[in-house]
Design a protein around this ligand. Structure first.
Ligand SMILES: Nc1nc2c(c(=O)[nH]1)N[C@H]1C(S)=C(S)[C@@H](COP(=O)(O)O)O[C@H]1N2
Ligand SMILES: [Mo]
Length: 259
């Protein structure tokens, strides 16, 4: 399949999803023969270059009306981190939680939730597609990541933004293996890429990543790191995890998870 016909197929898949009347989460995709599922699986073949060629910053992921929101947003992966530093923040209502944004930046800064909430906000109702084959529509509110990158002064040589998370996925002989993710600066600066502190009109629930998670609406669910602990601006992914750019990427998933 050429990239263009694959793109066409993707659009058909999205339309099919919409025509099923999916006002929220659905599990029809659990059916291995479902074409939407094939679309999601095939999305991993959409190369980075192909999507970049077809999309520019004005191309947005589809946004939905409020009537499409599913309450609550179906949680997945870590839903209740037991890590002591996370639990300390949780019991104190994230009062002293700060998000350090550092690395290849001119003005490293640690942001409190109040700092982030005082910056211009964006609210969007989008469909989250998990690679496992389910989707869920929710409303997200947060600060565009590009505003944060501009404030810290991301340097021109920066290539990636790495999201480091509180939650331990497993233990290795050298200690806890924490969830992490990364995107390139293009995706980081996309208008719908936000650091979300709000969901469906309320604060972000713990199950969905409190106090802060990223939304990257043109990519699959596993890119959308929850329980953010720190953000690094970098020119290499090598020092993180096994070097593939994310917890799941280190275990074989595609780094560029376009939908
Ligand atoms: N820190 C962290 N982020 C994560 C995960 C996780 O286990 N830990 N799971 C990912 C996956 S696979 C999905 S589908 C989404 C689920 O987000 P939700 O719980 O809001 O549905 O979070 C992603 N981000
Ligand atoms: Mo997922």
């Amino acid at each position: 399949m050429t990239d263009l016909s694959r793109r066409h197929f993707l659009r058909r898949g999205a339309a099919l999803g919409a025509s099923l009347g999916l006002g929220g989460c659905f599990d029809e995709l659990a059916d291995r023969d479902n074409p939407v599922r094939a679309t999601l699986a095939g999305a991993n073949d959409l190369t980075y270059a192909a999507q970049r060629a077809l999309l520019d910053h004005d191309a947005l992921a589809r946004e939905y009306p409020a009537s499409a929101i599913r309450q609550p947003m179906r949680p997945n992966g870590s839903t209740s981190p037991r890590d002591p530093d996370y639990l300390n923040h949780l019991v104190s209502g994230f009062e002293t939680w700060r998000l350090p944004v550092s690395g290849l930046v001119d003005r490293p800064e640690s942001f409190s939730l109040a700092d982030l909430a005082s910056m211009p906000a964006r609210t969007q109702i989008t469909r989250h597609d998990c690679v496992e084959g389910w989707s869920c529509i929710a409303q997200w509110t947060g600060v565009p990541l590009r505003l944060v990158l501009d404030r810290v002064g991301a340097r021109p040589e920066a290539r990636f933004v790495v999201f480091r998370c509180f939650d331990t996925m497993e233990w290795s002989p050298t200690g806890p293996v924490k969830y992490y993710e990364s995107v390139d600066l293009w995706a980081a600066r996309h208008p719908q890429t936000i650091l979300a502190y709000g969901m469906n009109g309320g604060p972000l629930p713990v199950a969905n990543g409190a106090p802060l998670r990223v939304r990257i609406e043109l990519q699959l669910g596993y890119k959308m790191a929850k329980y953010l602990q720190a953000i690094d601006v970098t020119d290499t992914l090598e020092p993180y995890g096994l070097g593939e750019g994310g917890y799941w990427e280190d275990r074989g998933y595609e780094w560029y998870a376009g939908i």
